[in-house]
Design a protein around this ligand. Structure first.
Ligand SMILES: C[S@@+](CC[C@H](N)C(=O)[O-])C[C@H]1O[C@@H](n2cnc3c(N)ncnc32)[C@H](O)[C@@H]1O
Ligand SMILES: [Zn+2]
Length: 327
């Protein structure tokens, strides 16, 4: 990164052992009046209204001074509380399927990449390594971004603490984007707001991969036997936030008005962890773990191959759409 950067408070180490390049700041704007942001000491300052945006733990924060509604604040603190746990739950197998599924479909974009709802940074790190372009990692959980900064040391990544429904990013500057496992956490009116915001910041024709929870056959069955939470609810895995599982038709119907949908597939089609656990109980845990290892090394190819079939619309844990901003 160049010398036109700004050092975080505390000096080197706070942000990947280097300063933040003003080039990425040029893709952002002041959320109040869309003014330019200038690197200034330990903060970014709006050249037009003078408002300052602080760096905390290497994270550029736009959330702090904003007044969030009660529901958003509750969900945000739930994310902060679960960040360390979330950071451990994606197995090698899950990542062997999901990271290439999200990243390879973007081709070789040139320019700033956005990771929307970046969490603790597994997709962010894959983007920065594989595409070798600067990445804006945006999330409203500061605790998640703090972990992300640690995982992305030495990579060209700017962690941005902001609401994913109102991006502090200029129109049409993003060369490609990912939004992995985030869309399902927005309620219906917010989903449209998010789609419009993502389309606004993408360059015309720029690709984005976006995934959401699939209303797969397992959950359709679960709903049939009376479990309403199979479709949507307010708590997931003991945490306190909204989620919805959508059918491919529902997901497509929401994306279509805003994007050109190039592809819609199911991903994570083989429940490897569940299978390994069940096998482990029958023939011994070490054998179950060997299966999971094998799935991480080789078996994930079968999972990726299923992506190519319509069956994945029923079996995928997530739906993944490759979309482009409409011209
Ligand atoms: C299931 S995690 C996915 C994280 C990451 N994309 C990954 O795949 O590992 C969902 C993320 O969306 C973020 N998120 C949810 N609502 C958000 C909002 N309104 N603004 C910004 N981020 C949000 C959460 O904080 C959380 O980090
Ligand atoms: Zn301003």
């Amino acid at each position: 990164m160049g010398g036109a950067g700004v050092s975080p408070p505390g000096g080197p180490g706070g942000y990947g052992d280097r300063s933040v390049d003003a080039r990425l700041l040029a893709s952002l704007w002041c959320p109040d009046d869309h003014g330019d942001l200038l690197a200034e000491g330990g903060a970014a300052r709006c050249a037009s209204c003078g408002r300052g945006f602080p760096y905390r733990d290497g994270v550029l924060s736009f959330v702090e001074a904003e007044v969030l509604d009660d529901v958003t604040r509750r969900e945000q603190s739930s994310r902060d509380a679960e960040a360390a746990w979330y950071d451990t739950i994606n197995t090698e197998y899950t990542n062997a399927v999901e990271l290439p599924a999200m990243v390879e479909r973007l081709g070789l974009p040139v320019g700033p990449i956005l990771d929307h709802g970046a969490g603790t940074g597994r997709i962010t790190a894959a983007l920065a390594r594989q595409l070798a372009q600067p990445v804006i990692a945006l999330d409203y959980s500061h605790e998640s971004l703090r972990l992300l900064v640690g995982h992305c040391k030495g990579l060209d990544v700017l962690a941005v603490h902001a609401d994913g429904r109102a991006l502090p990013i200029r129109d049409g500057v993003i060369a490609a984007a990912t939004s992995a496992e985030v869309y399902e956490h927005f309620r219906a009116p917010d989903r449209r707001m998010v789609a419009d915001e993502l389309a606004r910041v993408l360059r015309p024709g720029a690709p984005m991969t976006i995934s959401t929870l699939n209303y797969s056959w397992v959950f359709r069955l679960w709903r049939l036997v009376g479990n309403k939470a199979a479709k949507q609810g307010e708590h997931l895995f003991g945490s306190d936030f909204f989620y919805v599982r959508q059918t491919p038709a529902e997901f497509r119907a929401e994306l279509d008005p805003v994007f050109v949908v190039r592809e819609l597939v199911g991903i994570r089609n083989i429940p490897a962890r569940t299978l390994a656990g069940a096998l482990g109980r029958v023939i011994g845990r070490p054998r179950g773990e060997r299966l999971l290892d094998w799935m991480a090394r080789r078996g994930h190819r079968a999972d990726r191959a299923l992506e190519g079939s319509r069956l994945s619309h029923l079996t995928g844990t997530f739906l993944l759409a490759l979309v482009e901003r409409r011209a």
